[in-house]
Design a binder for this molecule. Sequence first.
Ligand code: ZN
Length: 291
Amino acid sequence: MNFDGWGLQRWANHFNHMLNIANPPNRYRFDVGQLAMETSNAMFPSDPITKVSEENLDGFAGALIPAESRTKWGIVYGSGQSPGRRRFTTAHELGHYLLHRKKYPNGIHSSEADVDGRTQLEVEREANEFASWLLMPLDDFRKQISPTDKPDFDAIGRCASRYEVSLVAAVLRWLRYTERRAVFVTSVDGYIKWAWSSDIAFKSGIFIRTSRGPVELPASSAVAQEQFTLDVRSGVDHAAGVWFNEPVREHSFRSEHYDTAYTLLHLRNAEPKAWNEGEPLEDTYERFMRR
Ligand SMILES: [Zn+2]
């Protein structure tokens, strides 16, 4: 069979279909490295993945590396990653193997920024999207959090543990299908590092531009005032003018492992003002990356 024309969604759907049929006890927390080795051996016996291992990668999150003979591949993930990050990195490198190895016979190294979604590089975005689709199948995710829900960090955290991925990976996956206006913000020491808007939020002009450098947190937000209480994590309401020119519900907490604060902003769903006359539907992800 010829897999040349298979894109990232087709590959992810293929594996999800296979996993649904096999239905192993850990259906959503399956061993990604094992899947990579077994399936590549069955589908591409002339250059399978034969090794998945942890190494000190000095600044890289992961890599897809050919054996000297060029007849085998290895996936390496950097040491010190949480189990969730490790799974995502491994899935990301499997994406490179399936989609990009012919173009990159010398392999691919992926930086931290490549794997967490900040990159603009096409191959890195494809690998990330493949990993998201593979690890967090949309049909199942939508059953956990409906597109019209307003989840808090606990609800999204339950999905992160269901799929054994990082909280951020689960938030980004949810943001891509939610029909609500929502924004996710990460900040360090009072400055916004990056922010993502849901599609519908973006279309209504709700986004924070961080591509030109860090942006200060709004002074009267809970996160700027470091109110990292359970109440703020469960959500506090702000009037218009705090975050945007309209009221928002803010959920914020500070990560225990890093000094990063995470903020989830829910806005009211605006009534459409006018119907859309064929404006091309741009890929949300591309727009995130361009900002
Ligand atoms: Zn990569």
